[in-house]
Ligand binder design. Structure first.
Ligand code: FES
Length: 167
């Protein structure tokens, strides 16, 4: 995804993005969106390149990027686990799910495992309160989660996703 396993960023991938938006004005947000879909997040080097190419300050680019929740400044995992901590889920056990993920994968909410496989995020009410506590792993909704079950299912999912990629 434009980032090698040792974390090197291939900035040449931005050439086609700048080409596409060259003749247009007010393109900072679409350029940031294209950059994020290229790299999976917005690396510092890319923000600097965007600032240089658009002739605006790095502070402005950074300010816009951090204002919108859709943009990520940190590297994201290939798979995303969302734990709902809305009221219904919270009272039915999200805090112990968070602890189970911390113990099972050594990541806190907002963090990504060292191997880049999993990021865990906290979200607020997914509209499925009857199934609380709710977790979403990529697109898969998992209701009435218990800590051991969650860790087991996530591990199983990651393993089978890895096997599918390797085969
Ligand atoms: S509070 Fe979690 S789905 Fe509503």
């Amino acid at each position: 995804m434009g980032v090698s396993s040792n974390g090197n960023i291939d900035l040449t991938l931005m050439d086609k993005v700048f080409e596409k938006y060259a003749a247009q004005k007010g393109t900072l947000i679409p350029i940031l969106q294209a950059a994020q879909s290229t790299y999976g997040y917005l690396p510092k080097e890319v923000l600097k390149l965007i600032a240089d190419r658009l002739g605006v300050s790095l502070g402005k680019v950074y300010g816009v990027a951090t204002f919108y929740a859709q943009f990520y400044m940190e590297r994201r995992g290939r798979h995303i686990l969302k734990l709902c901590d809305g009221t219904a889920c919270h009272v039915r056990g999200t805090p112990i799910l968070v602890t189970a993920v911390e113990d099972g994968f050594h990541i806190n909410p907002g963090e990504t495992t060292e191997d880049g496989e999993l990021t865990v995020d906290i979200v607020y009410c997914l509209g499925s309160c009857a199934m609380a506590p709710v977790a979403i792993l990529d697109e898969q909704v998992m209701g009435r989660m218990r800590p051991e079950m969650l860790v087991r299912q996530v591990k199983k999912y990651l393993k089978s996703a890895q096997e599918t990629t390797e085969s």
